[in-house]
Design a protein around this ligand. Structure first.
Ligand code: DLZ
Length: 162
């Protein structure tokens, strides 16, 4: 994801008069928690700033980014949520594990978007090192948690406007 020309937190949000009725599932991978929890906290804050009832935000951790897929599926099948936001941070290591997990999670979350009639937001950072991740989790490139929350709000609004 390119951040060269855009601070990720530079979201100009619309007005969401119905947001107080909307329900959100938020899933957060426990790997690299200093990053993923910062993403989650920014998202929850932005949702609430836009009128979402704190009691309508269900937040759960999963072991790693790979588990976001099944966690999101379980959440979707409850039928309770208008959108599900997934947070993870996959950092390049010495082996090809990074590629397989990143590919699997990306495809898995994409598949959920097709299978279920709600948006699943991809808030997964894939970076070369921890600093790049921190730069996007409240650092010099803003916080991708804001962007993910904004995407969820916009997609629910889109669905309800059609
Ligand atoms: C195994 C693994 C590795 C090597 N790296 C990461 C990572 O950078 N970020 C992340 O969220 N999870 C990682 N994991 C764990 C996998 O996502 C998954 O939890 C395990 O493979 C068990 O299914």
């Amino acid at each position: 994801m390119s951040t060269q020309n855009r601070n990720l937190s530079d979201n100009h949000l619309d007005n969401y008069p119905n947001a107080k009725k909307w329900n959100f599932g938020v899933l957060t991978a426990e790997w690299n928690p200093e990053v993923t929890h910062a993403l989650r906290d920014a998202a929850v804050k932005l949702l609430q700033e836009n009128g979402v009832n704190p009691e309508h935000i269900v937040s759960q951790d999963v072991p790693g980014s790979f588990e976001l897929i099944h966690g999101a599926k379980i959440m979707a099948e409850t039928g309770r949520f208008d959108a599900i936001i997934c947070f993870g941070c996959i950092i390049q290591g010495e082996t090809r594990h990074f590629d397989f997990i990143a590919q699997g999670v990306t495809q898995g979350i994409a598949d959920l978007n097709i299978k279920y009639n709600i948006p699943f937001v991809f808030g997964v950072l894939t970076t070369n090192d921890q600093q790049q991740a921190l730069d996007r989790a409240g650092g010099k490139h803003g916080n991708k948690g804001d962007e993910a929350a904004a995407a969820a709000l916009k997609m629910i609004q889109l669905k309800q406007s059609l």
